[in-house]
Design a protein. Structure first.
Length: 721
C-alpha cells in the first residue's frame, strides 16, 4: 500500500470517528431534551404554582378538628420595604456568599459534603437562587433529573435577573409554614404586623423557618426548636458582622409576642402532633395542599372533658406553685389515642402553653417502679419476696455513695414486694434494682416502649426512682403492656386517610385482641403487677383507704410518681380497656410547692377522667392467666407458714414455679448486741451474746431480726380479702 493510500485510509477513519461523535452528541442532546429540558418551565414564570387544596383533620366520629388552608397567603412587597434585618438574616442563614457567587456555589457544595462526611451533620449546599426555582417552578421530588433542571433554571434566572431582584422574589415566594408564603404573609401570620416593622429578633426567627417550617414553627408541637434555630441565625448574623454584639445581646433577650391562631382549631396539641407525623411521612406540600381527609382516633368528647379536668385542677394548685398539667387517654388494647391534652391551655403564652408536654422528656418519679418489679418477677422473685427497709448506702464508682431515702423519711423493717410497690417505698425498689441489674431494667423498659433509655452508662440505681427521662407517650405505651397482659401495642393516632379523589391512602384496622401485639412480658408478671396496683389495701399505709387512687370499688390499677426535687408529679392508671396518664408541674422545670404527695396534683385529675370514662364502661378485673397460682404464705417472710411460727398468713399470687417451697425457718442462733438488743455488726466481739431469734434475709443478703426491740416499728400486717 502506497503512502497516499495510507493517508486516505486515515482520513476516512477520522471522518468515521467524527460522524460517530456527532451522532453520539446528537443522541445525548435528544435524550437530555426529552427527559430533562422538554417542558422546562421558563424562569419568567417565577411565582406560578398549581392550585392547592385544603386538608382536614377529624376526630373518630367525623367532627372537624382543623383545616389546613388550601390558598397561599401571599402579599408581594418590594425589596425596599423589606427590612435589612430580614435580608441579612436570610443571607446569613441560607447563603452567606449570595452576592459573591453565581447560580450555584461550588465552595458551598464542597463545604456541605465535608460537613456531612466528617461531622455527620446534614447541611445543604443550595443557593438562594436554586431554592427559589425549586420552590416556585419545580416539583418537590428528589431525583437527579429534577436537580439538573434546578441548576439549569438557576443559571437562566441569574442571567435574566439581578441579585436584588432574585432576593426580592425569594423573600416574597418562599414558604414560611402553613399558608404563609413570603415574608409579608409570614410577618402577619406569626407576629400580626407588617414586615417593615419587624425587629432583629423577629427577623431572625422568620429567617430560620424556610429550612424546616413545620419543625421550627412557634405554632408547632416543638416551639422550643424554633427558638434554638433563631439563636443560631442571630449567631451567624453576628459572625458575619451584619449586627453588633449589643444588637445580638438585645435580640437574645427580647420576648417574642406571637399572634394567636386565626384559624379555629380543636385539640391543638393533638392536631399538630398528627400534622408533624404526616409531614414526616408524606412531605409538607402533600399534607398541607393535597386535599387529604384525615380521620383520627381522638374522641372529642373525652378530649374536651380531659382538657377541662386539667385546667380546673391546675387552677386550684396555683398556690402550690403549679402552673401546668397534661393528660393522655388511650385504649391500650388497640393503641388508639382518645385524648391528648398537651397543656392546660395551648394559647397561654405565660406558661409556654403551646409546648406539648406529652412529647417532652420529663422524669417519671416512682411511676417507673412497676417496670423494675416486673423484671424482678421475671427473674424469679415474687410479690411475697421480703425486703429489709432500713438505712443503706450503695457504692458509686467515681462518686459519693448512693444512699436512697423514703418519701417520708421512715424505715419499715421487713416489707414484702406487694406492699413495697403499693406504698411506693423507695429503699426496697432500689434493692430490687440492685438484684435485677440496671441493664436488665433498661432492656425490659425498651421492649415495653420506652425509647429514651438509650445509654446504660448514664444510669445507676436511682433509675427505679425516676432518675431517667421519659415522655408521657412512652409511659402510656409501657403501662399498656401491663394492661394487655404482657403484649405491646404501639400507639396509632390515625384511623384513615383519603386523598382529594377519595382514594384510600392508609387505614388502621385495630386488633381484636392484644395477643396480636408483640409479647414483651410473661402474662404472669403483667397480671401480678396489675393486681398489686389495683390492691387498695396494699397501698393504704401510704395513701389511706379512700384516696384519689380509688374509684368506687372498681378494679383499676394505678401508680403515682413524684420526683425528689418536686419538678414532676404523675399518676398513671388503667383497666384492660382504658388508660389515663396525667402530669402536673411547670414547663420551665421550677420546683412545685405543696405537691409533695402522690395523691395531690395529678391524682385528682386522673380520678376525674377515669371516673368519667368508667361511667358507661365499668372496669373489668384482669383475667388471671393459667400461669398464675394463689396460695397462703407467711405475711412476713413470704415462705410457707409452719405451726410453731408466730407469723400470720396472707394470700398471694405467684407465677407457676416461683411459689415458695420452704417453710418459715423459725428461730436461728445469732449474735446480738447487748446494748441495742439488735443484730451485732459484722466482726463485733464486745458486748455480744448468742441468742435464738427469728431472722429474715432479703434479696441483698441483709439480715433482719424480726423479734428484736427495734428503735423503728415493724410494719403492721395488712390483711388481704
Amino acid at each position: 500500500m502506497g503512502k497516499s493510500a495510507k493517508i486516505l485510509k486515515r482520513i476516512r477513519k477520522l471522518q468515521k470517528r467524527k460522524v460517530i461523535l456527532f451522532l453520539s452528541v446528537s443522541l445525548l442532546a435528544c435524550i437530555s431534551y426529552f427527559f430533562i429540558f422538554r417542558q422546562l418551565p421558563s424562569p419568567t414564570r417565577l411565582g406560578s404554582s398549581s392550585a392547592p387544596q385544603s386538608s382536614q383533620i377529624f376526630d373518630r366520629e367525623g367532627q372537624l378538628l382543623y383545616t389546613m388552608f388550601s390558598e397561599e397567603n401571599r402579599t408581594n412587597i418590594p425589596l425596599s420595604e423589606i427590612p435589612k434585618s430580614v435580608q441579612f438574616a436570610t443571607i446569613a442563614s441560607e447563603d452567606k456568599d449570595f452576592y459573591k457567587h453565581g447560580a450555584i456555589d461550588i465552595r458551598g457544595i464542597i463545604r456541605s459534603v465535608f460537613v456531612i462526611t466528617t461531622k455527620r451533620q446534614i447541611q445543604g449546599g443550595s443557593t438562594l437562587t436554586q431554592q427559589l426555582v425549586k420552590n416556585s417552578l419545580l416539583t418537590p421530588e428528589r431525583t437527579i433529573q429534577r436537580k439538573v433542571k434546578e441548576v439549569v433554571l438557576a443559571y437562566a434566572t441569574e442571567i435574566l435577573y439581578s441579585k436584588n431582584q432574585i432576593l426580592e422574589m425569594y423573600l416574597n415566594q418562599i414558604p414560611y409554614g402553613g399558608t404563609a408564603y413570603g415574608i409579608e404573609a409570614a410577618s402577619q401570620t406569626y407576629f400580626g404586623k407588617k414586615a417593615k416593622n419587624l425587629t432583629i429578633a423577629e427577623s431572625a426567627l422568620l429567617a430560620g423557618l424556610p429550612e424546616a417550617p413545620t419543625t421550627y414553627s412557634p405554632f408547632g408541637s416543638r416551639p422550643e426548636l424554633g427558638k434554638q434555630r433563631q439563636r443560631s441565625v442571630l449567631a451567624k448574623m453576628l459572625e458575619q458582622k451584619y449586627i453588633t454584639k449589643e444588637e445580638y445581646d438585645k435580640a437574645l433577650k427580647e420576648d417574642l409576642i406571637y399572634k394567636e391562631f386565626a384559624n379555629e382549631i380543636k385539640a391543638p396539641h393533638f392536631v399538630l402532633y398528627i400534622k408533624d407525623l404526616l409531614i414526616d411521612k408524606y412531605g409538607q406540600r402533600y399534607v398541607e395542599e393535597g386535599g387529604l381527609q384525615i380521620k383520627t382516633t381522638l374522641d372529642l368528647n373525652i378530649q374536651d372533658f380531659a382538657q377541662l379536668a386539667v385546667a380546673s385542677e391546675v387552677a386550684k394548685l396555683r398556690g402550690s406553685r403549679v402552673s401546668n398539667g397534661a393528660a393522655v387517654v388511650t385504649n391500650p388494647g388497640t393503641g388508639e389515642i382518645l385524648a391528648m391534652v398537651g397543656s392546660k391551655n395551648y394559647f397561654d403564652n405565660e406558661i409556654d402553653g403551646n409546648v406539648n408536654v406529652t412529647l417532652a422528656l420529663r422524669q417519671p418519679g416512682s411511676s417507673i417502679k412497676p417496670v423494675n418489679y416486673a423484671v424482678g418477677l421475671i427473674k424469679g422473685y415474687t410479690a411475697a419476696t421480703p425486703f429489709i427497709d432500713e438505712k443503706i448506702c450503695f457504692p458509686n464508682p467515681g462518686g459519693p455513695q448512693y444512699c436512697p431515702v423514703n418519701y417520708d423519711g421512715k424505715f419499715r423493717g421487713a416489707i414484702q414486694m406487694r406492699y413495697a410497690l403499693g406504698n411506693s417505698i423507695n429503699i426496697p425498689a432500689v434493692k430490687m434494682l440492685k438484684a435485677n441489674g440496671v441493664d436488665a431494667m433498661l432492656a425490659t423498659a425498651s421492649a415495653m416502649g420506652i425509647s429514651s433509655f438509650t445509654d446504660p452508662s448514664r444510669y445507676g440505681l436511682s433509675l427505679t426512682l425516676g432518675g431517667g427521662e421519659v415522655t408521657m407517650l412512652d409511659m402510656t405505651r409501657a403501662y399498656g403492656v401491663f394492661a394487655n397482659g404482657g403484649y405491646r401495642i404501639d400507639l396509632h393516632p390515625i384511623l384513615e386517610i383519603r386523598d382529594s379523589k377519595n382514594k384510600l391512602v392508609e387505614k388502621y384496622d385495630p386488633p381484636s385482641s392484644p395477643i396480636f401485639g408483640k409479647k414483651v412480658l410473661p402474662e404472669g408478671a403483667a397480671y401480678i403487677i396489675s393486681d398489686i396496683l389495683l390492691d387498695n389495701g396494699a397501698r393504704s399505709e401510704a395513701f389511706g383507704s379512700n384516696s384519689e387512687l380509688r374509684i368506687d370499688d372498681q378494679p383499676v390499677s394505678v401508680k403515682t410518681g413524684t420526683t425528689n426535687d418536686l419538678r414532676d408529679n404523675w399518676t398513671i392508671g388503667y383497666t384492660p380497656d382504658l388508660l389515663t396518664a396525667v402530669w402536673v408541674g411547670n414547663n420551665d422545670n421550677t420546683p412545685m410547692g405543696g405537691v409533695s404527695s402522690g395523691v395531690t396534683g395529678a391524682a385528682p385529675i386522673w380520678n376525674d377522667i377515669m371516673t368519667f370514662l368508667l361511667e358507661d364502661n365499668p372496669a373489668q378485673r384482669p383475667v388471671r392467666p393459667s400461669s398464675v397460682v394463689g396460695m397462703s404464705v407467711c405475711a412476713v417472710s413470704g415462705l410457707l407458714p409452719r405451726r410453731d411460727s408466730p407469723c400470720p398468713t396472707r394470700f398471694e399470687y405467684f407465677i407457676k414455679g416461683s411459689q415458695p417451697k420452704m417453710s418459715d425457718p423459725g428461730k436461728q442462733k445469732v449474735f446480738i448486741d447487748k446494748n441495742t438488743n439488735d443484730l451485732a455488726k459484722p466482726g463485733q466481739t464486745e458486748n455480744v451474746e448468742e441468742r435464738e431469734q427469728f431472722i429474715l434475709t432479703d434479696v441483698t443478703g441483709a439480715k433482719y431480726c424480726l423479734d428484736c426491740p427495734h428503735p423503728t416499728p415493724t410494719p403492721s400486717v395488712i390483711p388481704t380479702p
